[in-house]
Design a protein around this ligand. Structure first.
Ligand code: GRF
Length: 185
């Protein structure tokens, strides 16, 4: 039985997809959501899914304290895997070292192209004929860790439709990958 914790800063649609998927499993559990943002919509989703949630703000940008609190929550649940899902903070090398090989991220581009923010729009506006997503291990860089899987789909007629399809692809892919990583631990 594996335990998964999700870190999210905003909307939380990936968190919800993961939670719904794991709630239907009897092998592994989603233990909690951690967010750095009190206004994150992910919190409302956690409440309605009855998943424990923790708000850990980065007061005055104090990353060390916030990470210590997150690490203690993560340890409390004997967490096997930490899934970043729109978590908008850069984790310190110390935190990454503490949980090396256990932190996973999803990014809405075919890395190494378009790391950072606004990736779907940047890829679309650059005229790419294939866009996609990447699930990868988290290392000290921004969207640079070892790639676990990539999936691509053809360019859609509008950026709006493209964005919707990319998110749909994320929701279908991320929970399954997390499941198989937990299976193989
Ligand atoms: C997703 O596109 C994810 O790939 C990226 O941030 C976005 C989060 O969306 N890292 P949501 O909060 O899960 O809806």
């Amino acid at each position: 039985m594996g335990s998964l914790i999700v870190l999210a800063s905003g909307n939380g649609s990936n968190f919800q997809a993961i939670a719904e998927y794991f709630n239907n499993l009897n092998t592994h559990t989603i233990s909690a959501l951690i967010t750095d943002q009190l206004s994150a919509y992910a919190l409302a989703r956690a409440k309605s899914l009855a998943i424990p949630y923790y708000v850990v703000p980065y007061f005055k940008k104090d990353r060390t304290t916030a990470e210590k609190i997150m690490a203690s929550i993560i340890s409390t649940y004997n967490t096997d895997l930490i899934a970043l899902a729109g978590f908008m903070r850069i984790l310190s090398p110390a935190f990454i070292n503490q949980f090396r090989g256990k932190i996973i991220n999803i990014h809405p581009s075919l890395l190494p192209s378009y790391p950072g923010t606004n990736s779907i729009a940047r890829a679309y506006e650059a005229g790419e004929s294939q866009l996609g997503i990447t699930v990868h291990y988290v290392d000290e860089g921004v969207d640079t860790g070892t790639i676990i899987i990539q999936k691509s789909i053809p360019r859609a007629p509008t950026l709006e439709i493209m964005t919707e399809r990319i998110h749909q692809l994320e929701h279908e892919t991320y929970p399954r990958i997390l499941h198989s990583l937990l299976d193989s631990q």
